[in-house]
Design a protein around this ligand. Structure first.
Ligand code: URA
Length: 275
């Protein structure tokens, strides 16, 4: 009989897994896949049909099964759903119900937005990380705290800014979203920007900049220069800047971000409606 593992051994194994980069549990019990692959294939029972369906189901189903929707259909379905949402609340609801992006299967929840959608400034990042996935809000981890300091440096906070990501579900292990995942989610962020209708848009980092400005030019060339993002027939003045996670890794580049922030703050104030 197998003896239960003692606490210290269990903790050591867990630490080893975390050090190796494991950050997601996808099932309650471990499986010996090597042993399973040597087992003879199971034969489906002859009848009745529901037993047959059971036999054909995976022997060890994962926590949730990824959607098999083909990417083109998923993008089209995202486009139709996004267009059908007349408000941000309804957009959030249709995104909650969307099954076309396989990232939803491994993410804890949808990370829709934070801040004030009527603030006039909108910041768009790449995709949620572990903290955002847990809390259901964008930019709440270390990068988010730096983003708050960046806003504070130009006299702003989240009451002036609406914050979202191009991809609203966390990619496992914080990998960069694939082009396919990004394409599937694109109609949602486009609609989110259209409904928030910011005066100024800021793209944070390379993936967000390249996706929203539809360019292959890298962030180091794009940053610090005003661009225009065409959304819903409106050209929104857009400033690409460095991602706060990059600035945490490369603090010497903060001076570049500081210059971008100055330009963002100035444009934000100058574009404010006069009452
Ligand atoms: N990085 C992002 O791009 N978005 C987040 O929400 C958090 C970190």
């Amino acid at each position: 009989m197998q003896r239960p593992m003692d606490k210290a051994a269990a903790e050591a194994i867990l630490r080893w897994q975390v050090d190796a980069g494991v950050d997601l549990a996808i099932d309650d019990a471990p499986h010996d896949r090597f042993a399973e692959s040597k087992e003879p294939p199971r034969r489906p029972a002859a009848s009745p049909p529901d037993r047959q369906a059971q036999a054909q189901a995976p022997a060890h189903p994962a926590r949730r099964v990824a959607s098999p929707t083909p990417p083109k259909d998923a993008t089209e379905s995202a486009r139709l759903l996004a267009a059908s949402a007349p408000t941000l609340e309804e957009l959030r609801a249709v995104m909650e119900s969307f099954e076309g992006c396989s990232l939803k299967a491994t993410a804890t929840q949808l990370v829709f937005a934070d801040g004030n959608p009527r603030g006039g400034l909108m910041l768009v990042g790449e995709a949620p990380g572990a903290d955002e996935d847990r809390q259901g809000k964008p930019f709440v981890g270390r990068a988010g705290r730096l983003l708050d300091k960046m806003l504070a440096a130009i006299g702003l906070d989240r009451s002036h800014a609406y914050i979202a990501n191009v991809v609203p579900w966390r990619p496992p292990g914080n990998r960069t979203p694939t082009l396919q995942e990004t394409a599937i989610c694109l109609p949602f962020i486009h609609r989110q920007i259209e409904l928030a209708a910011p005066r100024i848009l800021v793209t944070l980092g390379n993936p967000s900049t390249q996706t929203l400005l539809n360019t292959k030019v890298g962030i180091m060339k794009m940053r610090g220069r005003w661009a225009s993002c065409m959304i819903g027939g409106r050209a929104i003045p857009t400033m690409p800047t460095l991602h706060p996670a990059y600035l945490l890794r490369t603090p010497t580049q903060k001076k570049l971000a500081w210059r971008d922030l100055q330009a963002i703050g100035k444009a934000f104030r100058e574009s404010a409606p006069t009452s």
